[in-house]
Design a protein around this ligand. Structure first.
Ligand SMILES: C[S@@+](CC[C@H](N)C(=O)[O-])C[C@H]1O[C@@H](n2cnc3c(N)ncnc32)[C@H](O)[C@@H]1O
Length: 190
């Protein structure tokens, strides 16, 4: 099925079919710094194929919730966990966690770390996600973002932690390899 077919049938493009550069950078960062997630409870927000959450499980996170609104993404997480040799039944939240007021979390949670890879590609969603994440930071949750310089990447209390050159596909990017950065949200966001 081509992109035109998808548009005509009003089907969302298969975001879950790629490991996006933002998710790749977070995954790499977690695998390079496993103590970040070891024995911790993690949310992979807008997880797509689940690359960042899978890295967290591989790095001995205590628990990972994968979250995406796309049912096919949720299916792909099961397959990708198995393909990565993880013998866990992944915990998948197929709901829009950011739908309500951003100062409230619609899910009762105890996440110690939230990771969000490549989420700043559409304006309204980017703004909502950023506000939601900032509020979680203010509540004391560590938030890591992976982003290759998307146009709606927010301005705010953000610290860049590391950058990687990651392989990608010309189906989704202009180049085969691009720079993707890992950021941390800071607590003094006002
Ligand atoms: C560009 S993909 C990134 C996927 C993955 N994090 C990665 O880096 O490979 C964006 C993902 O956000 C998901 N998404 C969009 N709006 C969302 C929302 N409100 N809540 C959860 N997921 C959402 C899409 O379904 C898609 O899987």
């Amino acid at each position: 099925m081509t992109e035109t077919d998808l548009k005509q049938k009003n089907i969302e493009p298969p975001f879950w079919a790629f490991a996006w550069p933002g998710g790749q950078a977070i995954a790499r960062y977690i695998l390079d710094n496993p103590s970040l997630v070891k024995n911790k409870s993690v949310l992979d927000l807008a997880s797509g194929s689940g690359i960042a959450g899978i890295a967290a499980l591989a790095a001995s996170a205590r628990h990972v919730d994968f979250n995406d609104i796309d049912p096919l993404a949720c299916k792909s997480i099961h397959l990708n966990c198995a393909a990565n040799g993880l013998k866990v039944y992944p915990s998948i939240l197929r709901k829009n966690l950011i739908a309500g007021p951003t100062n409230q979390c619609s899910q009762k949670n105890s996440w110690e770390i939230i990771v969000a890879g490549d989420v700043f590609y559409e304006q309204p969603m980017s703004q909502k996600i950023f506000e939601w994440l900032l509020n979680r930071t203010r509540e004391g949750t560590e938030v890591l973002i992976g982003d290759p310089g998307r146009c709606y990447f927010p301005e705010g209390p953000i610290e860049m932690l590391y950058q990687y050159s990651v392989k990608t596909s010309k189906m989704i990017e202009k180049e085969d390899e691009i720079v993707s950065r890992v950021y941390r949200l800071l607590h003094h966001g006002g």
